[in-house]
Unconditional design. Structure first.
Length: 527
């Protein structure tokens, strides 16, 4: 029995040793699994923490960029800085070697330029006469700034102005203290304030000889109607060269400003011969300008579009039209000479029409006017959809400019003729009003309805005793100084709605105050 018990004990002992040899690897394997699970949990925890930190940093950098957006917009609302809203700032992105946004205002869209576009740095119009009148200083906008006290900062990367849609596009980058960055792009409306819009500009080309008296308005009692019928003239070419300000109807300074544009009652209107010695006629008709008169020189520099069709010389009634929606249809016309009841009808229902005037040589020879209208002839901007024609949809522009120095692009209106709903731009030469009465279908006392930016506007005298206009060095024999049409007051009406011309303000050294609307789009971006 004892042997049997010994064997039994031995057998049990062997079985325990066998189980022990199997359990150790299992225990070790389970331990490794547990370690792996722990490591995985730790890794996931660290990854989650890294993601959380990354998100936090990204959120911080975007918050910094938002702060930069707010600060930049606040700076651009300052009066001196609003002029920058219609200009572009788009430096080189070091990661791409090209500008950040390009003309379309979209990051990395393929139209970026390889050279910096910077119309902000160094731009200072405060010394120009019309800016001096307003008392505006030089624009100044900080391109970068700190946010908080931990070294976080923002940088204005780019700003683009879309003239067609009148949109401002602003790109700002924020960087937090850890080096994380975030980009935000915002778009917002940018609209000009046009209260003092230049309905009439008398240019004084820089390349004119000093003896030339350019930039003149010989109004001689002819009316300029409309709330936007503001006159801008260079005082140095006028009978009142010391003027430096502006004058509204009824101001004490008004007589001096009317004298400067050859609209003095005593020297340019003629006597009514009633000899009643009262001033009723003076008060009633001595000021024919409904807008303000500004004694400051403006110098438009308007690029001309390339014409698609050459119409040559027009001498009979004809109709032309816009074909391209909001894209202007550009015609090249050498001369327009209409008489009787002939009419050049310009239909802008389907889109704007631009006319580039190029004097024909030698068909009519140099020195002859490019446009003459006689009898009751007209140039009319019409629409057939019931909408009112817009002045900016018919643009009559001369290819005369400082580079090619072409002249002889005079527009002369005789009798009871009319140009209606048009913008007239001639860098050199003038509009002559030699009419005997109103001729526009509107029934207003006008021969031209629209906006006129030319070297001079000259009209016939009301009486032989009126002052002669010293124009082009006192050249004698001018038909506007020898033609006498007593009592004629028909002139120009400037429309109240000039929004179709605001795209031209970017080419004009006029102190435009731009205002921003509410943000239309907010977008997070990556470089």
């Amino acid at each position: 029995m004892e042997g049997t018990q010994g064997m039994t004990l031995f057998s049990v002992t062997k079985l325990d040793r066998s189980d022990s040899g199997f359990s150790l690897p299992v225990a070790m394997g389970m331990g490794l699994v547990i370690l792996m699970i722990g490591a995985l949990l730790i890794a996931r925890s660290m990854q989650s923490q890294a993601i959380a930190i990354g998100r936090s940093r990204s959120s911080n950098s975007l918050a910094i960029a938002e702060g930069g957006i707010a600060r930049t917009l606040a700076q651009l609302t300052k009066l001196d800085n609003t002029v920058l809203l219609a200009r572009n700032y788009d430096p080189i992105n070091p990661k791409t070697g090209k500008t950040y946004l390009g003309p379309d205002g979209i990051l990395n869209n393929g139209d970026e330029e390889s050279a910096t576009v910077d119309e902000w740095t160094g731009y200072n119009p405060s010394g120009q006469p019309c800016f001096q009148q307003k008392g505006w200083g030089p624009p100044s906008v900080s391109l970068t700034g700190t946010i908080g006290t931990d070294g976080s900062y923002y940088t204005l990367r780019a700003y683009r102005y879309d003239r067609t849609q009148q949109l401002g596009i602003l790109l700002v980058e924020g960087n937090d203290s850890s080096g994380s960055s975030g980009l935000i792009l915002v778009t917002f409306p940018v609209n000009p304030v046009v209260d003092d819009f230049p309905g009439i500009i008398l240019t004084d080309p820089a390349n004119s000889a000093p003896t030339w008296k350019t930039g003149l308005l010989a109004l001689r009692g002819r009316q300029i109607l409309g709330s936007k019928g503001n006159v801008y003239f260079p005082p140095s070419s006028s009978p009142e060269p010391s003027l430096t300000g502006s004058s509204a109807p009824g101001d004490a300074t008004r007589p001096s400003y009317l004298n400067a544009i050859f609209s003095s009652f005593t020297q340019d209107y003629g006597d009514d011969d009633d000899d009643d010695d009262d001033d009723d006629d003076d008060d009633a008709s001595g000021d024919a300008v409904q807008g303000k008169i500004f004694a400051c020189r403006l110098n438009p520099q308007i690029p001309l579009p390339v014409p698609t069709t050459n119409l040559g010389v027009i001498t009979t009634s004809q109709k032309i039209e816009g074909l391209g929606g909001n894209v202007p249809t550009v015609y090249r016309i050498e001369e327009i000479h209409l008489a009787d009841n002939d009419t050049l009808t310009v239909d802008t229902t389907n889109g704007p029409v631009y006319i580039n005037l190029v004097p024909s040589v030698p068909v009519s020879g140099p020195g002859l006017p490019t446009i003459t209208l006689r009898d009751t002839a007209k140039i009319l901007n019409i629409r057939t959809d019931g909408q009112t024609p817009r002045v900016g949809d018919l643009r009559i522009m001369s290819e005369s400019d400082p580079n090619n120095n072409q002249g002889n692009t005079r527009v002369i209106l005789y009798d009871q003729t009319c140009i209606q709903n048009a913008f007239l731009w001639m860098y050199i030469d003038e509009l002559r009003l030699l009419t005997s009465g109103p001729g526009c279908p509107s029934g207003k006392n006008t021969n031209f309805e629209g906006v006129v930016w030319v070297e001079a506007i000259l009209s016939a005298k009301n009486a032989a005793s009126n002052r002669d206009v010293n124009y082009l060095g006192g050249y004698s024999g001018n038909d506007y100084d020898t033609t006498i049409t007593p009592g004629v007051t028909s002139g120009i009406a400037v429309p109240d709605d000039v929004t179709s011309l605001v795209d031209l303000l970017g080419y004009l050294d006029w102190p435009v105050r731009y205002k921003m609307g509410s943000i239309k789009n907010w977008q997070r971006l990556k470089l």
